[in-house]
Design a protein around this ligand. Structure first.
Ligand SMILES: Nc1ncnc2c1ncn2[C@@H]1O[C@H](COP(=O)(O)OP(=O)(O)OP(=O)(O)O)[C@@H](O)[C@H]1O
Ligand SMILES: [Mg+2]
Length: 545
């Protein structure tokens, strides 16, 4: 009886492809709210363009254009000057989920999984039924254009309408697609902000953006050098699981386990092998292909009992203090800023990371509101702006833990921008949407230290500025009385009014030397303003208080 029931049920048993899975679970790829979905498309294409340009040693020059077709329907076009994609790979690159050039490398890059571009194709397909259009030039005198879509049942690309294209001013890829269920907005979560922050964290990048109203903005590059290419990282023993070791051992070309260990992993010397021999009861001369689960788990236990040198940091490339300063100046032009770069640190699993933090004050820092300003936090991971899932991010957690008031910083009422970038080969995102960093203790602590360091200098600036404002108000208020006082004293003493006026003015100016530099033009101008202006009344009240 039961067997028959099972037979019945299992008649419906089917395999499904990864693209069918994402078709049903598109929110996992960042396609949730309308505003976020549009940013996700731009993010996927822009990160791909930047990765590709940098890998080819080309200074990235991007053009991003968004057009509105209907209430929730838009086209997105992203064009780069990168190496382009060969015709034989275009379908795999843009229309196959889990395919790409980056997954098997252990290199710090923006993309990793081989999902982003195919995710966009899938999203266009399920919301508008239309393919993505691509134009690729791998050399300036030969290129092609085509349409790509996905056969979701089989996770296979469909490439159609292939047309040979003529000369182009540069190599590169242009992709464009039509998407529904999306929305453009100018908030802190919108495309403009995403691109502005991309420019901030990538001083070598130039982005020309045309928004749906035809408004054009260019984020100019601040430096003409491509960031140093991160080196491929070898795995550190402390980050390995039993399964990782077995997979690598079974695929290894070494004939002895000891050689496999020293050749494959970082910081693994012959000395370490000898140390392990004393505490791990396995045969280090065995063929690694014959290694068992039991052997590998004894090794992992042994790794925890010996001391290791920290992982190499040569494969982490942060933005750099000098470059953050340049780009902040270029884009935010703050009155004052302080940038801190921490030394490499390691979090659980043995992965090294580097935190950079900056605090900018004034200029276009912070966010303008109806009542003045509030502070804003700009989060980045490997130079990619994180705009969503703020609440669950380790960066937000660290910012919350800093006692800003202690540093004279009022995040609710001052034009302050806080920028944090984390660089690592492996960023521990807290979700598949890659919008928040998991609040690992070591990471949160490092960010906090960086922020506190940056805040210390800002404190001096803000304090100095507050003192100067106070003195300026006093100075102006006193100056307003100088004229009347000179007149009265002249009548009382019979001395010429102008002589008294000059002497009084000199006295006040000498008393507030910094204010004299601060108040532009004639330092005595305040006296005239005060005699005529109504605003004097408010200042007088301030002075009396
Ligand atoms: N603009 C581009 N220029 C050159 N190659 C590209 C470009 N865009 C995508 N590619 C190629 O297509 C592959 C797939 O891109 P996709 O965005 O799907 O994955 P990824 O960038 O490797 O990882 P992730 O899913 O994390 O973004 C890339 O690995 C790259 O080889
Ligand atoms: Mg990608």
């Amino acid at each position: 009886m039961a067997a028959n029931k099972a037979d019945d049920i299992f008649k419906e048993f089917k395999e499904h492809s990864i693209s069918e899975f994402f078709k049903k679970n598109r929110q996992m790829l960042g396609y949730s709210s309308m505003v976020r979905s549009l940013v996700t498309v731009v993010h996927e294409y822009v990160t791909n363009s930047l990765d590709a340009c940098e890998e080819a040693g080309i200074l990235p020059d991007l053009r991003v254009k968004i057009d509105k077709l209907g209430d929730t329907r838009y086209t997105v076009l992203v064009e780069d000057n990168g190496p382009g994609i060969p015709k034989s790979f275009i379908g795999k690159a843009l229309a196959t989920v889990l395919a790409g050039t980056k997954f098997h490398r252990n290199v710090q890059q923006r993309g990793q999984q081989g999902i982003g571009a195919a995710g966009c194709t899938l999203f266009a397909q399920i919301t508008t039924g239309k393919p993505i259009h691509a134009v690729s030039h791998t050399s300036v005198n030969s290129g092609y254009s085509c349409d790509v879509s996905i056969d979701t049942m089989h996770n296979k690309p469909i490439v159609s309408n292939i047309v040979q294209e003529g000369d182009a001013p540069h190599t590169g890829l242009m992709v464009s697609g039509e998407f529904d269920g999306v929305k453009y907005d100018n908030s802190d979560h919108g495309v403009y902000e995403y691109l502005k922050r991309t420019a901030l964290s990538n001083p070598h990048v130039q982005i020309h953006f045309i928004d749906p109203n035809g408004q054009e903005s260019t984020f100019l590059r601040s430096v003409n050098t491509i960031p140093e290419r991160p080196k491929a990282a070898r795995l550190h023993p402390l980050g390995l699981t039993v399964n990782d070791i077995l997979d690598l051992a079974h695929a290894s070309g070494s004939s002895r386990l000891s050689a496999f260990l020293t050749d494959t992993f970082s910081r693994f010397s012959q000395g370490k092998v000898n140390e392990l021999k004393d505490i791990v009861g396995i045969d280090f001369s065995m063929d690694p292909k014959k290694m068992t689960w039991d052997d590998a788990s004894k090794l992992v236990d042994g790794f925890k009992k010996v001391r290791w040198i920290s992982p190499e940091s040569a494969h982490i490339v942060p933005i750099g203090k000098k470059y953050i300063e340049l780009t902040l100046k270029n884009i935010i032009n703050p009155e004052f800023m302080n940038v801190v770069e921490r030394k490499p640190s390691v979090f659980k699993g043995g992965f090294p990371f580097i935190v950079e933090a900056a605090i900018a004050y004034g200029g276009s820092s912070g966010r303008q509101t109806d009542n003045g300003y509030t502070g804003n936090i700009m989060r980045f991971a490997n130079r990619v702006p994180l705009l969503f899932d703020t609440g669950s991010c380790g960066i937000t957690e660290a910012v919350k833990q800093v006692q800003w008031k202690r540093y004279g910083i009022d995040m609710d009422n001052q034009p302050v921008s806080v920028l944090v970038n984390i660089s690592s080969v492996y960023i521990p995102y807290s979700g598949v949407g890659k919008e928040a960093i998991s609040p690992e203790e070591e990471i949160v602590d490092e960010i906090k230290l960086a922020l506190m360091d940056a805040a210390r200098n800002i404190q001096h600036y803000i304090h100095g500025k507050q003192q100067l404002n106070y003195d300026t108000n006093r100075y102006k208020t006193i100056m307003r009385y100088v004229n009347q006082l000179s007149q009265n004293l002249s009548e009382l003493t019979g001395t010429q009014k102008s002589a008294i006026h000059e002497a009084l003015k000199k006295l006040v100016i000498e008393h507030y030397p910094r204010v004299k530099e601060h108040v532009s033009g004639d330092a005595g101008k305040g006296s005239d303003e005060g005699e005529q202006g109504e605003s004097g009344a408010e200042d007088r009240e301030d002075a009396e208080e």
